[in-house]
Design a protein around this ligand. Structure first.
Ligand code: FAD
Length: 328
């Protein structure tokens, strides 16, 4: 008879004793001008102090900001304790071009990639070279192939692949049901987790969880939550993604007297949304920061998330502490 295994313990006991903490992550975009760099780094330092699990770095349409994105990823790896998740889009790029970019990211030390298709250009100027990938699912498969060729190098840190999920129908999709079938296909191709598009009502996220579960999706679906502090930003978001802001929120923000009141209104609404999605089982929160930390941190303060404590990262060590570790 084989010795008893811990896995033969009643599963409920094991899971009750080891509740996973709530995952925490932030989205940043690469600075668009040299003058934006200092502000971004002030934000990065503030976010770093909250010990997130990772920060994601967006990728401009068809790689339009590729150099600044790669530079930001390099600096995050070398100058902070933060783990970056690199967004990558495949639209308009061939498998060979993308394989070279993935290899470059892995060689730089990136271990997390958010595999996306990217948006079609609205002006019709899009190129579709022979061999270009069509869907995010193809990119997930390509990342797994490049990873396989680097298995030895990745022995102590395989690549985590995230994908996009949609609480409200993707604008090109025939139905929400089709969206979860696509999500399932991305899971089957090797995705480890999903992050959602912005949404305004907790029921939209809860419904996505139920639809996805019924379809057989088992990867965590992390809600993407945006601090709702700017009317302009919400209107732009609606234009870009088709996600319509809640009218009562737009009204409350428009009637606010000044930026301070707008932030209070937005932070309150965002906190309520975050609490509601955690209650229906969200495994974490991904905060869209728009490179500004204040509203994101105010939301966090009001949530008091159960988070693990970690040893101090590289950037929180003072130069004198680093020197005192030198054995020579
Ligand atoms: P896909 O999963 O490929 O889906 C695209 C469309 O094709 C959907 O309508 C889907 O239903 C359909 N589809 C997919 N597979 C199939 C199939 N096999 N057969 C038929 N139809 C199919 N964009 C950027 O440019 N840069 C970013 O950094 C970026 N970051 C993002 C982060 C998050 C968390 C999210 C949610 C979106 C982000 N986007 C970004 C936007 C994203 O690129 C767009 O939403 C894009 O339109 C779809 O990308 P996707 O990865 O969901 O594509």
């Amino acid at each position: 008879m084989s010795p008893p295994s811990i896995l033969t313990d009643p599963l409920e006991r094991v899971s009750a004793d080891h509740q996973a903490p709530v995952a925490l992550s932030y989205e940043l975009f690469p600075p668009r001008t040299p003058s934006a760099v200092d502000g971004l780094w002030a934000t990065i330092r503030e976010l770093e102090s909250t010990n997130p699990d990772y920060v994601s770095v967006t990728y401009g349409a068809s790689g339009s900001n590729r150099d600044t994105a790669v530079e930001l990823l390099h600096r995050l790896l070398s100058e902070t304790s933060l783990r970056p998740l690199a967004h990558l889009t495949c639209i308009g790029n061939t498998a060979n071009e993308l394989a070279a970019i993935i290899a470059e990211l892995l060689d730089a030390g990136v271990r997390g990639i958010l595999a996306l298709r990217g948006d079609h250009r609205t002006d019709g100027s899009e190129e579709h070279p022979p061999g270009a990938l069509n869907y995010a699912q193809d990119l997930v498969e390509l990342i797994r192939r490049v990873e396989q060729r680097r298995s030895a190098m990745l022995a102590a840190g395989k690549v985590a692949i995230g994908v996009a999920a949609y609480p409200t129908r993707h604008p090109e999709s025939p139905s929400e049901q089709h969206d979860v079938e696509v999500l399932l296909a991305k899971q089957r191709s090797g995705a480890d987790f999903a992050i959602t598009q912005v949404f305004f009502h907790p029921e939209q996220y809860a419904d996505l969880l139920s639809r996805a579960k019924r379809a057989g999706v088992s990867i965590p679906i992390i809600p993407g939550v945006m601090p709702f502090t700017s009317v302009k930003r919400l209107e732009r978001l609606a234009q870009l993604t088709g996600v319509q802001p809640a009218p009562e929120l737009l009204t409350a923000l428009s009637h606010a007297q000044d930026d301070g009141e707008r932030r209070r209104v937005g932070v309150r609404a965002t906190t309520e949304l975050a609490k509601a999605v955690l209650q229906v089982g969200a495994p974490g929160l991904h905060l869209y920061t728009f490179n500004q930390h204040q509203a994101a941190l105010e939301v966090l303060d009001r949530l008091d998330l159960p988070r693990p404590t970690r040893p101090a990262g590289r950037s929180s060590q003072q130069p004198s502490q680093l020197l005192s570790k030198d054995p020579s």
